[in-house]
Design a binder for this molecule. Structure first.
Ligand code: NAP
Length: 260
């Protein structure tokens, strides 16, 4: 397959773990230049040091909370000032927080999910899209979810945020017609990352149970799919890719060992 991302500048939000980190590794292996963003700066700095040593590609890291609109604006200004406008933006930073029936939902969990998954994606995109428009090119990939297609019990607000990512991906793609910028979305099913540990507020046993009895996706599987999306020829846009473990037929139907 032709490598079209070599030398391209790719910004990955949430690059300190899981899918974002795996994307950074995949893109570095393809010779892309990376801009890595997360709150845990030590982690992206370690990743930067390792990947620049192993893959010899330019990588810059920035501590950033995508919920902080002012900080995101300053970050965009810094990128513009250093002529580091990304060719490709991967809006990956996101999380589930809690798994409670709606009537017992925790306001802090709700704020965290809405502020990160919806408003964080908006903050980053709204700040960077004008730079990409000025450059006359660009590709945005929003990380949605199977949870943006089917609501499951206790998923309520997380589901709502991923339905919103789906609507925003479609809306951004329409509004950016004529700018040279493509907008894509990838919607994974269950991926074995730190996601469930975050959802269960650090309860590792509860998190491990999510992936029991079947083989989930790994972050590298999703990164390979994202690579396919961003590596598509300029006349092609993969608008949405729904990717699940083979055992996960939909949100409700997961073939687990020992279950009928
Ligand atoms: N795992 C799944 O089953 C699954 C399925 C479908 C979709 N997804 C989506 O995939 C994306 C990545 O999740 P993952 O599975 O890779 O989980 P993960 O391993 O927990 O990684 C989440 C990443 O998001 C970053 N992040 C969270 N809040 C942030 C904030 N306020 N500002 C900046 N970065 C932030 C984290 O970095 P810091 O904590 O260092 O900031 C971390 O790098 C999310 O959007 C998630 O909703 C996951």
């Amino acid at each position: 397959m032709e490598n079209r991302i070599q030398g391209k500048r790719i910004l990955v939000t949430g690059a300190s773990a899981g899918i974002g980190r795996a994307c950074a590794e995949r893109f570095a292996a393809a010779g892309a230049h990376l801009l890595l963003v997360a709150r845990r700066f030590d982690r992206i700095e370690d990743l930067r040091a390792r990947l620049s040593r192993e893959k010899s590609v330019p990588i810059a890291c920035f501590p950033l909370d995508v919920r902080d609109r002012e900080a995101v604006g300053a970050f965009a200004g810094e990128l513009a000032g250093r002529q580091l406008t990304p060719d490709i933006l991967i809006n990956n930073a996101g999380l589930a927080s809690g798994l409670d029936p709606f009537q017992e939902g925790d306001w802090d969990d709700w704020d965290r999910m809405i502020d990160t998954n919806v408003k964080g994606l908006l903050n980053v995109s709204r700040a960077l899209v004008p730079l990409m428009i000025a450059a006359g090119r660009g590709h945005i990939v929003n990380v949605g979810s199977l949870a943006g297609y089917q609501v499951y019990p206790k998923g309520n607000v997380y589901n709502a945020t991923k339905f919103a990512v789906r609507a925003l991906s479609e809306g951004m793609n329409i509004d950016l017609a004529g700018t040279g910028i493509r907008v894509s979305m990838i919607s994974p099913g269950a991926v074995n990352t730190e996601f469930s540990e975050v959802r269960f507020h650090g309860d590792r046993e509860a998190a491990a149970r999510v992936y029991e009895g079947y083989t989930p996706l790994y972050a590298e599987d999703v990164a390979e799919a994202v690579f396919f999306i961003v590596n598509a020829p300029p006349h092609v846009n993969v608008q949405n890719m729904l990717i699940t473990p083979a055992a996960q037929r939909n949100v409700y139907c997961v073939e687990r060992a020992g279950q009928a």
